[in-house]
Design a protein around this ligand. Sequence first.
Ligand SMILES: Nc1ncnc2c1ncn2[C@@H]1O[C@H](COP(=O)(O)OP(=O)(O)OP(=O)(O)O)[C@@H](O)[C@H]1O
Ligand SMILES: [Mg+2]
Length: 349
Amino acid sequence: MALHPLHTLVEQLKAQPIIFIGGKGGVGKTTTAAALASYYASQQQKTLIVSTDPAHSLGDVLDTQLNNTKTAISPYLDAIELNPDVIVDAHFAQVEHTISAYANPDMMPKIREHLRLSKSAPGAQEAAMLEAMCQHLVCAADANSDKKYEHIIFDTAPTGHTLRLLVLPEMMGAWTDGLLAQQRRQAKLRSVANHLDSHNQTRGSGGQKNSDHDVQNPFAAKKSDRWEQAVAVLEKRKALFRQAGLLLHDRGQTAIVLVMTADVLPLAETKRAVSQLEDSKLPPAAIVVNQLIKPTQADAFWQHRAERQQQLLQDIESSFPNYSLYPIYLQKTDVRGTDALSTLLEASC
Ligand SMILES: Nc1ncnc2c1ncn2[C@@H]1O[C@H](COP(=O)(O)OP(=O)(O)OP(=O)(O)O)[C@@H](O)[C@H]1O
Ligand SMILES: [Mg+2]
């Protein structure tokens, strides 16, 4: 069987600072992500682990309470559990603040109600999560920043979600482009309309030219400020998605590691994930086969399961001939805490 010893996964990923761990629900993504992060930190390599899974099990696995901001787990390991509710609240508070600077105060209750409803609109949390993920990604990978990490590991929610997160920066970039193009068209139309308006007023006032159109129309200046603000926000977001997209597509920077177990359904889902990733030009760097049973340790019941896993391992190997496969063996209990997690890699060699 062409399984590589697990410690060579660490070697293989040494050059890629960004690692995304994906896979079907419950196969061991968080355990694998936390094991890699704990191992790198134990080697005194500055590591950040970010969970994008709203289910929040990273804190449980690391045996620490985590939140939406960085928590230092050890001198070399920081961890964050991105919280979509907190991110969405902060985002809409910012939007409300911006709007209140130019909106008629009487309109604010209605605007607040609209924003409150928008928070639960489909996609709002996903968009907020994506933006936060991109910010952490770009900031932690910035070679000029003192916040740079040697390893940035993303523990993600089950497969579909991860794949969307990986391809979304491109889609959001295109969407932002569309919005910017629309803003530019509207700005052009507005300037033509303003020009015509001032021309008419000049003629209407018996040839006396209106020297300052904004004095005649006090809302014009505010409106143009608003457009500029909106365009600046969109431009900034576009640059962020572009940078994140470049990092994600750079195989020298980002490695995607898929985790599966040697079972029929995870194999089927991993096949789909690999082909979708290949279609998006994001082929995975490696596949980890978790919860393997060592046949030598097994009694009759587990012996049967171990044999079944060995049969499936043959299918797995023939399904992914182009990818390196790494085993993690089933432990007697759940693996929690950085010491146990970092030795999981050694226990699986
Ligand atoms: N090699 C292993 N040995 C023993 N227990 C394991 C092993 N790998 C994972 N587990 C246990 O299996 C359960 C699921 O693991 P984990 O939370 O890492 O999966 P996940 O893929 O992140 O799940 P989710 O899709 O819900 O995020 C946990 O209780 C974990 O402790
Ligand atoms: Mg998980």
